[in-house]
Design a protein around this ligand. Structure first.
Ligand SMILES: [Zn+2]
Length: 124
């Protein structure tokens, strides 16, 4: 029997016993049954998510699997990797965009500003 079915079975047994709901013991057992049902649900969700991630990784033809997970398209003209300090989104932008002085995060919309004087010392 799967965990989900066992949790449902336990819930059924508990309901069937029709225990005195005013008793402390009944309240505790009821809480345990509820928690088990929630934990089971959460485990199922994580398990599904894990299966999806495994699927993506096993079918990935890219060297960097994270690129696919983040759904980042790397533009050939992109020169710089920028990480949004607000949400952690990784973006690849070209020098022309840097020259504009700022760009909005694709993910959260945060305005990211560039300091050209810093760049010129290091990378150009
Ligand atoms: Zn962001």
């Amino acid at each position: 029997m799967t965990l989900a079915r066992r949790a449902a079975h336990l819930q059924g047994l508990f309901d069937g016993m029709q225990l005195d709901e005013t008793k402390k013991e009944t309240k505790i057992i009821s809480e345990i049954v509820d928690i088990l049902a929630e934990v089971t649900e959460e485990l199922q969700r994580l398990s599904d998510e894990n299966a999806t991630l495994k699927h993506i990784i096993s079918h990935s033809e890219h060297d960097n699997v994270l690129d696919e997970l983040e759904d980042v398209d790397i533009d050939d003209g992109a020169d710089y990797q920028v990480i949004c300090p607000t949400c952690g989104e990784i973006m690849y932008i070209d020098y022309a965009t840097i020259e504009l002085g700022s760009v909005n995060c694709k993910n959260c919309g945060e305005l990211l500003e560039f300091d050209l004087s810093d760049l010129e010392e290091e990378d150009i």
